[in-house]
Design a binder for this molecule. Sequence first.
Ligand SMILES: Cc1ncc(COP(=O)(O)O)c(C=O)c1O
Length: 232
Amino acid sequence: MKFTPSSKFLGFSNHFHSLLAPSFSPTPKFSSSFSATMSTLSTQNDTVTHKTQQPLQIAKRLEKFQTTIFTQMSLLAIKHGAINLGQGFPNFDGPEFVKEAAIQAIRDGKNQYARGYGVPDLNIAIAERFKKDTGLVVDPEKEITVTSGCTEAIAATMIGLINPGDEVIMFAPFYDSYEATLSMAGAKVKGITLRPPDFAVPLEELKSTISKNTRAILINTPHNPTGKDVHS
Ligand SMILES: Cc1ncc(COP(=O)(O)O)c(C=O)c1O
C-alpha cells in the first residue's frame, strides 16, 4: 500500500515555514531532507496534491487561537531589532552545578523513562520545600505530580477535572495558554477583570459570576502580570 501525504499535511508544512522569522529559517540540510521525505512519500499524486492544497483545518474548539504571545513577540523583536523581554528567560547561562548534576545523572545511567509522576527523590524534595514555603504537609507519593512546567500541569489538571459545558472563572488578564487549555476541555470561560489601582478580586462580581455550572476558579497568585497576591 502506498502512502500519499494528504493536502492537510502539506498545508501544515507551509504554515510551519510561514511562522518562522528569516533568522529562524531551517538550515539547508533540514530543508532538503524535509523536502526529500515529502517527495519520497508522494509520487504519482504529486500534481493533484499541490493543486488541491488546503490550509490545515484546526479543530473547531481551537479555531480562534493564533500562535502564542511568545512567538508573536519574538518575531516582532527580531523584525524591529528590539530586546526580547517577552521570551521569559534570562540571557545568561544556568548555574554550573546544575548542569554538572544533569551530565552526571546521564553518565550514571539515569537517562531512560522516569517514573511518570516524578522520581521519588524529587517528589520528596518538592514536598519538603512546599512545607517550608506554605506550612502545608503533602504526601510526596500521592499528592505530588512532576510535569514539564506549569503549562503542562495546568492542562493536565483542567482536562482531567473539567467536563464539556462546565464553567471556569478566571481573572483577566490571564496567561495565554489558560484559555486554549480550557477550550480543549470544552469549558466555558467566565472572565473577571482585575482593575487598577490595586487589582483586587471584585468579590461582588465574583459572587454574581458563580453559578450552578461553575466547576472551578483558576487562581494565579501572585498574579501575572499584575503581581497581585490574592491573600493581600
Ligand atoms: C501565570 C503563568 N502561568 C503559567 C505559566 C507557564 O509556566 P511554564 O513556562 O512553567 O509552563 C507562566 C509562565 O510565565 C505564567 O506566568
